[in-house]
Ligand binder design. Structure first.
Ligand code: SAH
Length: 263
């Protein structure tokens, strides 16, 4: 009898709150025979969704080879395998290298997206990341750590346009990050910064400051990892009391769904 090969599902677990996984991702967990999950940031409460008898393996201490050695025989035996990644699998998720192995092995796979940490942090702050005439751009990036960043993407270059920046994997590198952000020329020491630790988890912490004082606030709070750094004038809009109304809902603005009225 031919064994049916179920595609491996790369699922975004979301930022932490188990209710922030997608409906599709949740259904995948509820049908899984094997889940290999990134234990450092995936909320273990999600594993309660697995059917009885399903197996869960934490990938935190495994190598790529070991992850694949767990998943491939299971798929070949007809099992439903979920690879559960934090946030969205497409950002700093190391999924490409797994897919390359699966391509070689001719094993099918699909990706189910997730809520990335940047949007969980923005939600925690009740903050719109794009405001008319302040910034219409969001850059998702990181400081170079053990993983290098291509030269043309150095922080000072990305910071030079003054748009909103969101830094993953960088809260422990602020000594280097802050001078780089200032060197771009668009930001100043007064530019607002938010650091959100474990967005959407019960022990979440948000710190608000500026490029001048955020380093000290982060050090005082003892935050060295699992945090996101947001930078840009959008974070100041509320304080300044300036209105940033969008054109979309302006009374005199005509678009496909509404005829504008002259003011
Ligand atoms: N794929 C993930 C990112 C993995 S890289 C995503 O889309 O969110 C891991 C980094 O993501 C952490 O170092 C931290 O910078 C950020 N991160 C992940 N979850 C977070 C959370 N709940 N709150 C704040 N930052 C988080």
């Amino acid at each position: 009898m031919m064994t049916i090969l179920h595609p491996i599902l790369f699922v975004g677990a979301g930022p932490g709150d188990p209710e922030l996984i997608t409906v599709k991702g949740l259904k995948a967990l509820q049908m899984a025979d094997l889940v290999v999950y990134a234990g450092s940031l995936v909320n273990p409460a999600l594993l309660d969704e697995l059917p009885q008898g399903a197996e869960a393996i934490d990938s935190a201490s495994l190598t790529l080879e070991q992850v694949m050695e767990n998943m491939i025989p299971a798929v070949r035996a007809g099992k439903r395998v979920v690879r559960l990644h934090t946030g969205d699998p497409g950002l700093y998720g190391a999924i490409q290298e797994q897919m390359e192995v699966l391509d070689r092995e001719q094993i099918p796979y699909l990706v189910i997206p997730g809520v990335t940490a940047a949007f969980a942090a923005a939600a925690s702050l009740c903050q719109e990341l794009t405001l008319p005439e302040v910034s219409q751009t969001l850059v998702l990036t990181r400081a170079a750590g053990r993983t290098p960043v291509p030269e043309r993407e150095q922080l000072r270059r990305l910071a030079a346009n003054g748009g909103t920046l969101c830094l993953y994997l960088s809260v422990g590198l602020l000594d280097r990050v802050i001078p780089d952000l200032l060197a771009g020329g668009a930001f100043t020491e007064a530019t607002p910064v938010a650091v959100v630790y474990r967005a959407s988890w019960p022990d979440e912490v948000s710190l608000l400051g500026t490029l001048e004082d955020i380093r000290e606030k982060v050090a005082d709070a003892g935050i060295t990892r699992q945090a996101l750094v947001l930078v840009g004038e959008v974070l100041n809009a509320r304080n300044r009391g300036v209105s940033h109304k969008s054109r979309l809902y302006a009374a005199d603005f005509t678009h496909g769904f509404r005829e504008g009225q002259p003011e």
